[in-house]
Design a protein around this ligand. Sequence first.
Ligand code: HEM
Ligand SMILES: [Cu+2]
Length: 572
Amino acid sequence: MKDLLPTEADTRHLETHDAGLGFWRTWVFSTDHKTIAKQYLAWGLFWTVIGGFLSGVMRWQLAWPGSDVPGWGVVGPAAYNVLVTMHGTIMVFFVAMPIGLGAFGNFLIPLMIGARDMAFPRLNMLSIWVFGLASLVLLVSFFVPGGAASAGWTGYPPLSGKVEYTGSNWGLTLWLLAHALEFAAFLMGGVNFLTTALTLRAPGMTLMRMPLAVWHQLAAALIFLLSVGPLIAGAVMLLLDRLIGTRFYVPGSGGDPLLWQHLFWFFGHPEVYVLLLPPVGFVCEVLPVFSRKPIFGYRWILWATGGVVGLSFMVWAHHMFVSGMDPRLAMPFSISTILISVPVAWVLFAMIATLWRGSISFETPMLFALGFIAMFVFGGLTGIFNGSAPVDIYLRGTYFVVAHFHYTLFSSTVFGAFAGFYYWFPKMFGRMLSGPLGRLHFWLTVVFFNLTFFLMHNIGLAGMTRRTADPRPFEMLKPHQWINEWATVASFLLLAAQIPFVVNVVRSLVAGAPAPANPWQASTLEWSVASPPPHLNWGEALPVVERGPYEYSVPGESQDWLPQRRPLATGA
Ligand code: HEM
Ligand SMILES: [Cu+2]
């Protein structure tokens, strides 16, 4: 019985969280991890609209260059640079991270490990507020004289070093400031994630019983914490170059623009795993539930993810094969890059093996999880080409690369996140979503995603370079302009394909059927509390965990899932 009683930490929490808080403390200045998760979600969705809009403007310009773009006007080369830069920045730092980590990490970690909240609830609140500030700074940067940042999401100097090169003065400086703030927000979040999972697990929740969604949040947080330092230092130097005329990145006076590329990609490549791993975790939860089978190779997945974490720090210069760095570096970085595809493929095999002979039901979360696997495998395959230095010298900077990274990034941040969203929406909001609308959303998205991005491989091979505002001057692209028009029409339909999703969510929030505690018959802890879970999650006593997270279809059991949690009848 003793282990059912609240621990000292819980009582401390209970005291700091007063029940019956007013509107402001409940929704705005909240320290509840579930509310903070929703705040991150709201920001992420807001930025999705902006990032999507910017991509639409780019696509319009690429299909019908020089024409008047509805909602924007004529796009010249300078404006195009703004569009590319801000679209990339927004999608990576203001959509993928706040949704993948900010929303899902905050919501899931305490619920899945049986804690009442994060280890540092006030730090958590500070994190979302600093993120909000970062968002405001980025928003403002669109409206300052000279316009928003326009040196690419990678911000390479010398281009980003001097106002004269891009025309963007305050815009680029604010862009740096927005990054600094958002990094601070996610550093606070990351420390919280790791501390919470290490110190606040419920009785019986051993590390090896933690759901993979939690493990992958921790892996992402760890990668972020370890990689972002050098970039912050690099950004400070860039700021000094811009503001007070230092010459860290100015060649000819002892500086070196390649230094930025190393610092940026030492962070930038691990960052793509920060974006990827949380959705991998969601998919690892969804697959067992909708195939009624344990995940295949829990420990092997952990080892592989560990391998990804380690290797992700050793591949960065594959972004720099043609940068003028010492060519002897090309071989080791090619090898490490191709090596990292081994543990990634390993995880994907484990996912596919989980499906093997399962009794699969194609609910919306499952469809998006399968879509993630299919699209990501495809993007991973083209990554092997890019990672091989001799091939990359040809592909470098073309639309082949744009196609590659959208297959990997879109699959994880959109397909993976939707898998998680449809799966946990009933828990988050206490309402069910419509299955038919969800399935419609999936099929339209998967079809138009491929129609938008697939042929970009071809136009890239034909020589179209990325960050090109106007393909018309290039003779060799003339016969391929239809691909640009095609991709643009498809991308508009892809954006329109999100309408069923919006309708579904609004309809459900207004009039959806109330969600039961466990609509999917899943065994992890979050499904053992009401939907949505109450403040502090667990009533009087913490849950007690008896088994691993994926005990589905255990032979000899009458029920095809065994909850991780001991039934409440034991006295709680
Ligand atoms: C409707 C969906 C999307 C469309 C139509 C789209 C379109 C584009 C286009 C046309 C470019 C290249 C522009 C150029 O190089 O000239 C681009 C760049 C980029 N996109 Fe997307 N995109 C979409 C979604 C996403 C998502 C979900 C992400 C990431 C999570 C993303 C991340 C990026 C990045 C990082 C760049 C590179 C920016 C740069 O070169 O500085 N995009 N996108
Ligand atoms: Cu990389």
